[in-house]
Each structure stands twice: as structure tokens, then as C-alpha cells.
Design a protein around this ligand. Structure first.
Ligand SMILES: *Cc1c(COP(=O)(O)O)cnc(C)c1O
Length: 547
């Protein structure tokens, strides 16, 4: 079964490797149930091609790989036994009732005399049913992907070995793995190996990118190194970061933490499709420069968190260059498209960035955390490098022991590159291309269903794998009805759907929309149909006049 509207017969090694982990469907995320479908790159890229009909998007009936396989690796089998397939997206009931149960069953946290193995066994019995299960087809709220069993197994392996990446003598091979992963991903982004940092996610990646941008702007504009001297008085209140009004909040928070202030982030208006307006960017940049302010960074978003909009990257790069500014791309969401032959063109212009944030725990099926901050310049991270006597000294470096301390804002840190390597080599580009196509296909399918169904209103055509919509309330207030639907489904343990506000130019916080974030490749059309029916039925019950 696949979401590309095509299927093919024949067995491939890769497909059977994928099928292995399918045995743990439920714990797992990955698609590619059938051998490599032929992907029609031409028509997938051609925006003017006829849009697919709903029927084109329907997956063929499950079958080929639906049966459990017995040949998983030992660790995968163990994980399958430890974490049973989810029976529901989340536990029904209130947060308070669940907190009370945790208090009753799992405290005191530190008993006087330890419980021994009963401690773990109790948690292992309790948590799978009491945790939001990202692997359930009705868990579709956030960029919170079902974890790939290969990543899960590699993560467990790393946990058991416990290397730390801040010095070679706490890590050995995992530090070489990190070198390879960063070289490979920076090459995917920029066309040639650059540098990078394995991060805890987009928030840390964006923070690090703005730190590099700030330091570069201060060095260039004021002739001193802010890492040592701090921000010069002349720079205070004059460094600016330009990002779309829909850019992620972590940028503003980073600006505050970096001493620039949240007000340094100037929101650039967006077009109707939520992409940054490149002319507005040019105009605002010119106005700021004319006022003597310095543009430290232009930030483009590749995949806004709600609509998945990809800003015009090449145009943003051009404005950044014209003003001598750092060009950062926040591709926390769409960065996963680096793995897809078909969708990589959506990221055209990314190669012009000075730095790129990529979250493989979103559109990459990694266990959390799996962030990358990639830089085009192999020496870009020099400003954060450190040498300390107890971790990495010069004579060791001279003898060939690498200093990884300078590669991260953290000191002790997990070897998250290992799970990235494991999953990439397991699936290959072909596997990821299929998984990504499945999620795009699902988004197109759901959007077509919303457009055809008068009970729903589609907010805008999906750019990636999220769909924004609302139930058309006839009697009640639309915001109240839609908010209640989401909470009713949560409270009943039936579905985890997203909610957000759709920005309306020039006015307030915007009106409420529901959101489906489709990151589970093996979800079927029937499962999506059932979810939409569930939403419509729940909404109909809530659609009453105010009392
Ligand atoms: C998720 C997201 C972030 C934050 O990433 P975390 O991994 O949650 O820290 C930043 N930017 C965008 C566009 C995102 O979608």
C-alpha cells in the first residue's frame, strides 16, 4: 500500500528490512509497506499538473506486509514486547485524575528502602496505556512523530553504553559517527560538507544560529568579539533580526536570551499562503538600514509549525546578502525533506543559508531529541569552541584526539548521532522518500475530503503534511465549538488533534482552527475517514446556541 497512487509488485531487500519492524506496528513509525513504488518526480514537482483526485490518493488495500514478521533483531523484538501497540491515542479522563493516580501508585519518589525490580516493572506496566501514543493513527496534533523502531533500538543501545560527546575519551566511535552524520547532513543541505551541532531540537538550533549571527554582526560592525567583551553599548537596541510574523517563538526567546531583546525580532508580513512576503522583507530591511540599524540576521522558515509554509528562500538569501546579514533557515519541520528525492526541490535556496535548523524528531521519525544545526562554513562554530584542561587539551589534540567540546552549547551530551545513522542506513533515501510521500498524500487526501464535505471548512491548501480546518458551526460560536471538539476527544481518550489560531491581518489573535499533523506513514484512508467522522459527530453534539 502506498499513498502515491501507484503500487508495484516484487520483493526487495529493503522492503523486507522495513517489514521486519512492521511487526511492531503501533510502536513504530514507518511506511514503505510495499516495495519501492515508482515515483513520478515530474508530476510531483509540477505545480501546474492536474491535482490528484481523491481516488488517486486512496491507498490500495493493506495486504502484502500486514502480517507480523518474526525475524526482527533481538532488540526490536524486545522493544515490541516492552511497548505493546497502542490501543488508543491517550488515556481517557482528566489530567488531575491521572496525576492523582501517579501520586498514589508511584510515590514516594525516593522510598527509604528501594523497591528493586518492581519499580521498573510497575512503570513498564503502567506507562504504555497512560502516555500519549504518537504511533496511534488518531494522534495528529503536533509535529510529534511516531518513533522509528530502528531509532528506538539505537537509542536504547546508546543509553546502555552511555557515551558522552563532550570529549573523545568518554565516547570514541560515537564521536566519529557524529562527524560522519554532520558531514552527510551538511552536504545534503549545502551541496558540500560544512559543520554542525547535534542539538536537542529547533529551539537550541535557533538559539545557536542567532548566537553565531549576533557575534558575526558585532565583530563586523563594531570590531570586537562579544563572546569576550559582551555587547558594546553602541550595538544595544540596534541589532535586528528579520523573520516572518509566523516564525517560531523560539527566535524571539533566543533574541531575549542573547541580550538583543525580543523587540529586536522584526515581524515581516506574510502572503495569503503564510509565506513571508519577500517585497516586504526588502522594504523593511532598507528602512532599518536607512535608520542606521544593523540587520544581524534574516531568518526564513521552511515549514511553519501550523501551515507548513516554506518562505521564499532564495529571495530571503538575497536580502540577507544585500545587507551583510547572516541567513538562517529554520527548517525544523521541512528539513526532513532533505531525505526525499521527490520533495527536496521544495527546499531550493536552502543551500544559500549560513545555518539551517533541522529536527529529525519531526519529519524524520527519530526518537526525541534529534536536532541538527548545520552551517555552510566548516569553521562557523569556532566562536563557541572551548578548550579546558580536564576535557581536551592541546597536546591531546596534537596527538589526534578530537576536541568535540566546541561543537555544542552543552557539555555532557548524548550520542544522538548514532540513532540518526542507524535509521538513515536502514531506510535509505528510497525508504524516506516513500514515507514522506505517504504523509504528503494523506494531507492531500484529508484536504480534499474537507473541501468536498460541507460540514468542514479547509483553511488553506496543505503545503506539507499539516491540514488546518474547522467545523462549520451552524448554531454555536465557531471558536467555542471547535475548541470543545478537541477537548472532548482528549477527555474521552479518542483522538489528539491540534488547535491553533489562524492569523488575520491586522487584528487580534485570529480565530480558532483545528489542525491535523500527518506524520504516520502507514495510516490508511479508512483510518483518516474514521477520524473525520469522529470529529464531525463530536462537533455536531457541541453545535448548540449559547445558553
Ligand atoms: C518545532 C519547531 C521549532 C522548535 O523545535 P523543538 O525541537 O521543539 O525545540 C522551531 N521552529 C519550528 C518552525 C518548529 O516547527
Amino acid at each position: 500500500m502506498n499513498w502515491t497512487g501507484k503500487s508495484e509488485s516484487g520483493e526487495s531487500e529493503e522492503a523486507s528490512a522495513l517489514a521486519t519492524a512492521e511487526a511492531y506496528d503501533g510502536v513504530v513509525a514507518h511506511g514503505a509497506e510495499s516495495p519501492a513504488p515508482e515515483i513520478d518526480v515530474e508530476s510531483a514537482d509540477d505545480a501546474t499538473a492536474e491535482p490528484p483526485t481523491v481516488a488517486d490518493l486512496l491507498p490500495s488495500p493493506a495486504g502484502d506486509d500486514a502480517a507480523p514478521h518474526q525475524d526482527g533483531s533481538a532488540l526490536l523484538q524486545m522493544l515490541g514486547a516492552l511497548v505493546p501497540a497502542p490501543t488508543r491515542p491517550l488515556p481517557p479522563g482528566s489530567p488531575a485524575a491521572l496525576a492523582e493516580r501517579v501520586r498514589r501508585e508511584f510515590t514516594p519518589v525516593l522510598p527509604e528502602v528501594g523497591l528493586g525490580p518492581a519499580s521498573f516493572d510497575a512503570l513498564a506496566a503502567f506507562l504504555p496505556e497512560q502516555t500519549v501514543r504518537a504511533a496511534h493513527p488518531r494522534t495528529v496534533a503536533h509535529l510529534h512523530c511516531p518513533p522509528d523502531p530502528v531509532a528506538m533500538a539505537a537509542d536504547t543501545l546508546v543509553g546502555a553504553l552511555n557515551p558522552s560527546q563532550d570529549s573523545w575519551d568518554q565516547s570514541a566511535a560515537p564521536s566519529a559517527v557524529e562527524d560522519e552524520v554532520l558531514a552527510a547532513f551538511s552536504a545534503l543541505a549545502f551541496g558540500a560538507p560544512g559543520a554542525g551541532s547535534v542539538t536537542s531540537g529547533g529551539t537550541e538550533s535557533n538559539h545557536l544560529a542567532l548566537l553565531l549571527a549576533r557575534d558575526e554582526a558585532v565583530r563586523r560592525g563594531f570590531g570586537l568579539d562579544p563572546a569576550e567583551a559582551g555587547l558594546p553599548a553602541a550595538a544595544c537596541g540596534r541589532l535586528r533580526i528579520l523573520a516572518s510574523s509566523l516564525a517560531h517563538f523560539s527566535l524571539a526567546r533566543a533574541a531575549a536570551q542573547l541580550g538583543l531583546g525580543e523587540r529586536a525580532v522584526i515581524p515581516v508580513p506574510v502572503l495569503a499562503d503564510h509565506r513571508l512576503d519577500p517585497r516586504a522583507l526588502m522594504r523593511i530591511a532598507a528602512e532599518l538600514s536607512a535608520r542606521g540599524e544593523r540587520i544581524a540576521a534574516v531568518v526564513a522558515t521552511a515549514g511553519t509549525t501550523d501551515a507548513g509554509a516554506v518562505d521564499p528562500l532564495a529571495a530571503c538569501a538575497q536580502t540577507a546578502r544585500a545587507h551583510g546579514a547572516w541567513f538562517h533557515v529554520d527548517a525544523a519541520y521541512a528539513g526532513g525533506l532533505l531525505l526525499s528525492d521527490v520533495r527536496r526541490p521544495l527546499l531550493t535556496g536552502l543551500e544559500l543559508a549560513d545555518s539551517v535548523s533541522v529536527d529529525l524528531h519531526k519529519l524524520g521519525w527519530q526518537t526525541i531529541p534529534a536536532g541538527l544545526l548545520l552551517t555552510r562554513d566548516p569553521a562557523a562554530l569556532a566562536p563557541i569552541s572551548r578548550r579546558v584542561a580536564y576535557l581536551s587539551d592541546l597536546d591531546d589534540e596534537a596527538e589526534g584526539y578530537p576536541n568535540l567540546l566546541g561543537r555544542s552549547l552543552r557539555t555532557t551530551r548524548r550520542a544522538d548521532a548514532v540513532k540518526i545513522l542507524a535509521a538513515c542506513r536502514h531506510h535509505g533515501r528510497a525508504g524516506y522518500t516513500r514515507m514522506i510521500e505517504s504523509c504528503f498524500g494523506q494531507a492531500a487526501y484529508v484536504a480534499a475530503r474537507f473541501e468536498a464535505d460541507p460540514r468542514f471548512e479547509l483553511a488553506l491548501p496543505p503545503a506539507l503534511t499539516t491540514v488546518l480546518f474547522r467545523y462549520r458551526a451552524r448554531q454555536g460560536d465557531p471558536d467555542r465549538v471547535n475548541a470543545a471538539v478537541r477537548r472532548d476527544l482528549l477527555a474521552a481518550g479518542l483522538a489528539v488533534i491540534g488547535r491553533t489560531r489562524l492569523p488575520e491581518p491586522g487584528s487580534g489573535p485570529g480565530s480558532l482552527r483545528l489542525k491535523l499533523t500527518l506524520l504516520r506513514p502507514q495510516t490508511t484512508a479508512a483510518e483518516l475517514d474514521a477520524l473525520l467522522d469522529l470529529i464531525a459527530r463530536t462537533a455536531a453534539e457541541r453545535d448548540r446556541p449559547e445558553t
